[in-house]
Structures are given as structure tokens and as C-alpha cells.
Design a binder for this molecule. Sequence first.
Ligand SMILES: [Zn+2]
Length: 136
Amino acid sequence: MSSQTLKKAGLKVTLPRLKVLEVMESLVGNHVSAEDVYKLLLETKTDIGLATIYRILNQFEEVGLLTRHHFDGAVARFELKSSSHHDHMICTDSGDIIEFNDPVIEARQQEIAREKGYELLGHSLILRVKPTERIA
Ligand SMILES: [Zn+2]
């Protein structure tokens, strides 16, 4: 199945690409860095160099298999591209990343672009949040 995905994306099937794709497919809904992928592969005794993993993740992004995010500055995080669009909020306390989709926000962005005479091609929306205070 993974090899089919690579072929369909126009990439030659190689073992490192297969392994990285397998990890990403096992992590649907997660947002992982290249180092995360590196460590997860090491746990399964697969030693692929970090530079190779970076290169593969970049290739996967170029062919549209992955989405790249910069939630917290320098570290790029990747997730498997899903068919349904979602936005993210990031908790400044725990670093948790929470996905959400709001049809009103989506529609409003279209309208705002249109009102200014533009066609909306895409957007990135990241909310920075912290847990609400709980009063005992
Ligand atoms: Zn996401």
C-alpha cells in the first residue's frame, strides 16, 4: 500500500522512503518533527540518517503527501495530508497541538478575500492557547 502511494506521487520506491512513509501513516493525526521520525525508526531498529529523513520529508511535502507546519518557531512539523481541512491550536503550556475545523471561520475567510477583490487560495491559522484557570 505504501509503495503504491509513492508510485502514485511520482516517487521511486526506495526502502528509506517506504520506512518514513510507514511511520507517517502510523501517526495519522500527529504532527512530528524529523527528529521524532528518526527516533521512531531507531526504535524499530531502522537506522536512517537524520539528513536523509529531512530530505525525504521535503520530497514528500513537494509531491503533496505531507503538510509542513511551523507551530513553534524553528522546528518544522509534518503531518500526513488528510482529505479534510483543519486548523490548529497550540497550547503554550504543554505544547499540545489540537486540531479543529470551524465552517463559520472557513466561510468568513472566503468572504473577506472576496470583499477585497481576491480569490482565496489557502490560509494558515494557528491559535496560541493556554488552559483556562480552574477554580476549585
Ligand atoms: Zn493537523
